[in-house]
Design a protein around this ligand. Structure first.
Ligand code: HEM
Ligand code: HEM
Length: 475
């Protein structure tokens, strides 16, 4: 009513700048010019916010893909962890000094004298370790829902690339505190490179920045850790999300036996997807924060290149490989088997599958049974093989005149392949499986075996890497 009157004769409108605004109002109006009505302003911002979000997120999503039991929120949690790491990592850089005579002291200074320094280090440490587990669980969910089948093959490849970046980020970060644990774990790992045929020694010198782990290694690792790997992650992640949008979203869950033809209902991503993402992110951040307040990141005594701890162990995520080293010739443990595992990971989506099982947990009912049996076989078989190798094949290895690359290399490898072949043929006869189910079975077999090797290496190896019970004082 009073809008047409001169300003001094009418009531100020909502959102309109008053005649004598105080400081805060003047600042606010300088950012959001206040001649619009408040509702209009709000509507404008809502639209702006939505269109900004919609640059990253799809406008509509399939309703079934919102189900918690499809993704378990794992991809989202991995994103949250990467951002926590980027944020805390940047803050750590203000205090950390990448020189052997200063690195350890800078961490002590960070922990004891810098406000919230210990907390930020804890968040960085626990987020880094959690990221390996979360990204790995996400890989498993993608694998077991068949989300690597066409048209998502390449996103599996990008995801595998992301996983390697996460592992390398952890590995390069591991050295930075420059304590005994860090120094000797990295020494063990870079030492393993010697066995790589052809380029091993050259690669080792390149990574170490010299003949042994020292100042060159620390500055190499620091540069790779705080620049090259974060930038690579930031490039690869949007590519990963873009691929999801290009194929029209996530796999649509369906029960075993149901075809993939039907398309369900779509719902707007705002608020349906966005709200779920925000809830997962907030709950997860709260969890990481509380965890980091309760548990401190470990820090041993300062690195002493002259005194190695016993046992000297690699970082926990490489313990499976270190454990293999105890059973196979180094060429097999450090090169042939890991290389085959990597090739299999990247090649997995490009096998010529008989059936596309995208969206079906464990491919089929038969697939579920086979997965269960394979997991059980590896769960029982691996510890048995480790114990047998420790006490029986060791004897054979001591026999004269047979080179160790046969007794420790070719022989166990051949035994392993033979056992695998027998298991495979038995299962094929019993289940007459499709190659989709068979690949899943072999994947589970190797996966569980590798997890068992890792568990053995972490908890069941004591002084001199001898096998023993962790709670018996021997490990
Ligand atoms: C830093 C590591 C990673 C991040 C931040 C990440 C993030 C995400 C997110 C947010 C999604 C969508 C939501 C979800 O599925 O939970 C997704 C989907 C996907 N991810 Fe990852 N991911 C990572 C690692 C991996 C790995 C290791 C693989 C497999 C080797 C992988 C393969 C895929 C595939 C194929 C999809 C599409 C799934 C579908 O269509 O249902 N990602 N990822
Ligand atoms: C995926 C990303 C990342 C992972 C997995 C990761 C992992 C790690 C790990 C495991 C440590 C050793 C922590 C400890 O036990 O003390 C570490 C330390 C460190 N990281 Fe990262 N980091 C990541 C990103 C970053 C970024 C982006 C920066 C900086 C731009 C950064 C800077 C640092 C610094 C300065 C340290 C030494 C301080 C310390 O060890 O507490 N990190 N990182």
């Amino acid at each position: 009513m009073s809008e047409g009157l001169p300003k001094e004769h009418r009531m100020p409108q909502p959102g309109e700048m008053p005649d004598r605004p105080h400081l805060l109002q003047r600042i606010r109006y300088s950012i959001f010019p206040g001649t619009l009505r408040r509702e209009k302003v709000r509507e404008g911002y809502r639209r702006l916010f939505n269109s900004l979000i919609l640059h990253f997120r799809p406008r509509n999503v399939q309703e079934e893909t919102l189900r918690w039991s499809l993704t378990w929120g794992l991809g989202g949690m991995a994103v949250v962890l990467v951002f926590l790491l980027l944020g805390t990592g940047l803050l750590l850089k203000f205090v950390y000094q990448p020189f052997p005579d200063k690195a350890y002291e800078s961490i002590l200074h960070l922990q004891n004298e810098v406000l919230f320094g210990r907390l930020f280090r804890n968040i960085h440490h626990w987020s880094a370790n959690a990221l390996i587990i979360v990204a790995f669980l996400h890989l498993l969910r993608v694998f077991f829902t068949g989300a690597f089948h066409a048209p998502r093959q390449f996103n599996w490849v990008i995801g595998s690339g992301l996983f390697l970046l996460v592992l390398f980020s952890n590995f390069t970060g591991y050295l930075l505190p420059w304590d005994q644990l860090a120094f000797w774990a990295i020494t063990i790992c870079t030492g393993m490179l010697e066995y790589m045929p052809g380029i091993g020694l050259w690669l080792q010198a390149l990574i170490q920045g010299g003949p042994e782990v020292g100042p060159g290694t620390l500055s190499n690792f620091y540069a790779i850790h705080t620049a090259i790997l974060p930038v690579s992650l930031l490039i690869l992640m949007p590519f990963h999300f873009w691929r999801i949008r290009k194929v029209g979203g996530l796999v649509i869950p369906r029960p075993p036996g149901q075809g993939s033809g039907g398309h369900g209902q779509t719902v707007p991503a705002i608020p349906n997807l966005l709200l779920r993402e925000i809830v997962v992110a907030l709950v997860f951040i709260a969890f990481m924060l509380v965890f980091s307040m309760l548990f401190n990141a470990p820090l041993g005594s300062k690195a002493n290149p002259g005194l190695s701890p016993n046992p000297t162990k690699a970082p926990w995520y490489f313990m499976g490989i270190q454990e293999m080293l105890l059973h196979f010739h180094p060429i097999f443990a450090l090169f042939v088997i890991p290389a085959l595992m990597l090739v299999a990971l990247f090649a997995l989506p490009y096998v010529d599958y008989q059936v596309n099982t995208a969206g079906i947990w464990f491919a089929s009912m038969k697939g579920r049974q086979m997965t269960f049996i394979a997991a059980l076989a590896a769960l029982i078989g691996t510890p048995l093989a480790i114990v047998a190798d420790e006490y029986l094949i060791e004897v054979a290895a001591r026999l004269p005149a047979i080179p160790t690359w046969i007794t420790n290399g070719l022989l166990p490898f051949a035994v392993l392949l033979a056992a695998l072949a027998v298991f495979y043929i038995f299962m094929q006869r019993k289940y007459a499986a499709t190659n989709t189910e068979a690949v899943q079975m072999v994947f589970v077999l190797f996966l569980v075996a590798f997890v068992m090797l890792t568990v053995t290496g972490i908890w069941f190896r004591g002084t001199g890497m001898k096998l023993g019970w962790p709670w018996a004082g021997g490990a």
